[in-house]
Design a binder for this molecule. Structure first.
Ligand code: GDP
Ligand code: MG
Length: 162
């Protein structure tokens, strides 16, 4: 079976946009509104001759009281089934408390994690990405899933981890 790469992160950070960028076509559904829960969706993908199964996830919900219902449950299932994980954070927003809780789950999983600092659309955003070193997941990879900036370097790191 092909190695599995799961893309996880809060809603609206750009997971599906990144998945489409990796696939080279628009297949994953991109939403302008956060909070649309969908099942995990898998796609065959390839980079530098490495074939893998790419899994887009719906992110996790925060309920009306601001409490995460089933905190990161979808993400946890996706991670358990994956060989490596791309954890996407919106670098323009920075890491939230929710992101920090998921980091603990990622650590427990023991899976290789590539930290994607998304929405770094230009050089001015590089500083936003550097704040994400604080998550303790190693080097934040600055990426613009929307424009394609940095995705080659991200994928090189992914393939090295698979
Ligand atoms: P998901 O919920 O994590 O799957 O996020 P989506 O891929 O659906 O994207 C949510 C919103 O963020 C959409 O409006 C995207 O166009 C936007 N977005 C995604 N990636 C980027 C990026 O690199 N830069 C900017 N500026 N916007 C992005
Ligand atoms: Mg999505």
């Amino acid at each position: 079976a092909l190695p599995v790469l799961a893309v996880i992160g809060r809603p609206n950070v750009g997971k599906s946009t990144l998945v489409n960028r990796i696939l080279g076509r628009r297949e994953a559904v991109v939403e302008d509104k956060p909070g649309v829960t969908r099942d995990r969706v898998s796609y065959p993908a390839e980079w530098s001759g490495t074939h893998f199964t790419l899994v887009d996830t719906g992110g996790w919900e925060v309920d009306v009281a601001g409490i995460e219902s089933k905190v990161a449950e979808q993400a946890e299932v996706a991670v358990s089934l994956a060989d490596a994980v791309v954890f996407v954070v919106d670098a323009q927003v920075g890491a939230t408390a929710s992101d920090e809780r998921v980091v603990e789950m990622l650590r427990r999983s023991g899976k290789p994690v590539i930290l994607c600092a998304n929405k770094v659309d230009g050089p001015a955003g590089e500083a936003d990405a550097s704040y994400l070193w604080a998550l303790g997941l190693g080097e934040p990879r600055p990426v613009s899933a929307l424009h394609g900036r940095g995705t080659g370097d991200l994928l090189d790191a992914v393939v090295a981890a698979l």
